[in-house]
Write a protein that binds this ligand. Sequence first.
Ligand code: OSB
Ligand code: MG
Length: 367
Amino acid sequence: MKLSEIELRIIHLPLVRPFRTSFGTQTSREVLMVKVQNENGITGWAECVAMSDPLYSPEYIAGCLDLMKRFLIPGLKSKINISAEDVSVILKPFLGGQMAKASLETAILDAELRSRNISLATYLGATKNKVECGVSVGIADNLEALAEEVKSYVDAGYRRIKLKIEPGWDIEAVKHIRDLYPEIPLQVDANQAYSRDDAKHLSKLDEFNLLLIEQPLDEHDFLGHALLAKEVKTPICLDESIISVQSAEDAIALKATSIINVKPGRVGGYIESVKIHDLCLKNSIPVWCGGMLETGIGRAANLALAALPGFTLPGDTSASARYFKQDITVPFVMENGYLNVPTGPGIGVEPDMEFLDEITTYKEIIE
Ligand code: OSB
Ligand code: MG
């Protein structure tokens, strides 16, 4: 297709409750939105999953915006006819920037699939029409507050609980929740908060029958994760470390991970995500779809990916109400612990433009 216009905008959405992780506390979600339009006026939407600050990933919103305006969009504009499948090749000379690149590729893919009347789920190879939901629970002020929050999610029907941990908020918090819910699928996420010396400490988690420990060590520390995997019985699952199919291949070969959290933004898009899915399926590595506190736009696309056959563990694909009082799309509502995979063309949803305009803090149109 021919790109006629790209719109970049930043929106601000308050979260229903603060979300505390080992890298900080968030009370609202700032999101960089991308809209593309083709020569026939067909539009495509995506959200860039970068956060306001480079605390989870080296990417951050202002940096992504600059990268897109200065390099990525001019790079794409130099091609007259463009397909989503060419985007990563065209942008390859510009190093890094997976989240920025993913959002451009996804918006183009959305427009392309809409013009072909194909859903993203069909395009990616989905085999399910609904997806099992987990929920990510932030670090709480105390064990009672944690138990109360977990109870609200269990009552809502979530099928897997993930507790955020950090040194000082780990063994006791996990024990507390495991004692209350002896059977519930439970896992933890450290967001790189531990060091190689912590193997003995982390092995205290082994008695709680956890599905996995997500990203205990530094994102670059493949060897550390491989050494840790020999010391702890709970499976290690990498998140931040997996930024491409190549890094997934490395981590699997080095035995640094036995499960992978796939986040399309972090790996450069949905097309790369399918490659990681295929690699993992071939190697019997279970995958699950991570989350970045997405709005309905990113959530819709994540559900399409999570419907692929290798996604055998519940993802951080939670309902809109877990995050926002009002979503920017029709809300995603959980039924019996599942979210339906959108079936319409492209990602299958559009933003509510009136609400979007209300919460927009920056907008720029590039012809
Ligand atoms: O590490 O998985 C993570 C949110 C923001 C950044 C990183 C992470 C998370 C979550 C929440 O755990 C996932 C979600 O519910 O969207
Ligand atoms: Mg994580």
